[in-house]
Design a protein. Structure first.
Length: 299
């Protein structure tokens, strides 16, 4: 004979009465506040430890819930430690699992977003740079406007930082959103030691940058005589044209750089090329009243 199944009525859930549903009790609210304050205070301590280099404060408070949090500038604790130059704090945060390639800022595009490797190069923190690379940082990780660490090192003339990045395999000829590479920034800032390193490491010395300007044209435009001569020694294309059709000789004649004009003429620069407005090199020398250059051209 089949036995009747036992009643499972005790498992049925009775909906709560409306009067039982409402705001949490005061004890529950107090608990929620204490938990929230606990995590907020730990987060603040981690950021303070990163900013001041207090490794003990970081180790005592860092955790899964706060290591990737951002402050009102969009910085994680790792960014704060890198920016402040605290190597021990950087290493402590990396050991705790900080994302080495996270960028600063927020996704709304209101400010430049920088990875930690770029920040270290920007502040010339060479040992921190090495620690980030040892932790697996992408050496060519870009900012939100396409800049890399080696570009900012070239622009600021940080020779040791630049050499470290070059030795670790940083790409020399990447261009940013404006079309410029490390060599354009080094030339425009008259960083001849960095230009030397770029030439030695086979960077493209004829790479057109913003406006189609080659490194040589930039050096002449900005009247960096020594850099221009160094590029000429490297065997650059003297007849390359920028977006306006101008060659290095056009720019040198317009700027009145007699020594560069003499070198360009001596190595066979084409004086017959017209820019896209129809100007010859002689016409530019005349327009800008560089009479000695006019006589050189007429000789």
């Amino acid at each position: 004979m089949q036995m009747p199944l036992p009643s499972l009525g005790f498992l049925r859930l009775t909906p709560p009465k409306p009067e039982d549903v409402g705001a949490p009790s005061s004890d529950t609210r107090d608990l929620i506040e204490r938990v929230r304050d606990y995590h907020v205070n730990r987060e603040r301590r981690v950021f303070f430890g990163a900013e001041t280099g207090n490794v003990q404060l970081i180790n005592d408070n860092v955790g899964r819930l706060n290591i990737h949090r951002r402050n009102d500038r969009g910085y994680t604790p790792l960014h704060v430690a890198v920016d402040a130059g605290h190597l021990d704090a950087v290493e402590a945060l990396l050991r705790a699992g900080a994302r080495v390639d996270a960028r600063t800022g927020f996704a709304d595009g209101t400010e430049l977003r920088m990875p930690s490797i770029y920040m270290a190069a920007k502040e010339n923190h060479v040992e921190i740079l090495a620690a980030l690379l040892d932790a697996g940082a992408d050496i060519n990780r870009r900012t939100s406007d396409g800049q890399t660490a080696i570009m900012v090192a070239a622009r600021r003339g940080y020779k040791e930082c630049f050499e470290r990045l070059g030795a670790r395999g940083a790409a020399l000829d990447l261009v940013d959103d404006r079309g410029n590479a490390a060599i354009h920034y080094a030339v425009s800032r008259d960083r001849i030691r960095i230009v030397d390193q770029l030439i030695v490491h086979n960077a493209d010395v004829d790479l057109p940058g913003e406006g189609g300007f080659t490194p040589l044209q930039l050096a002449i435009r900005d009247e960096h005589d020594a850099v221009a001569r160094r590029l000429l020694e490297a065997g650059v294309d003297v007849d390359a044209r920028n977006d306006g059709g101008a060659t290095a000789l056009h720019l040198a004649c317009a700027r009145g750089m007699r020594r560069i004009v003499r070198i360009l003429l001596g190595i066979g620069a084409d004086r017959t090329i017209l820019d896209f407005e129809g100007n010859s090199v002689r016409e530019l020398a005349v327009e800008f009243q560089h009479d000695r250059i006019v006589r050189m051209l007429d000789a």
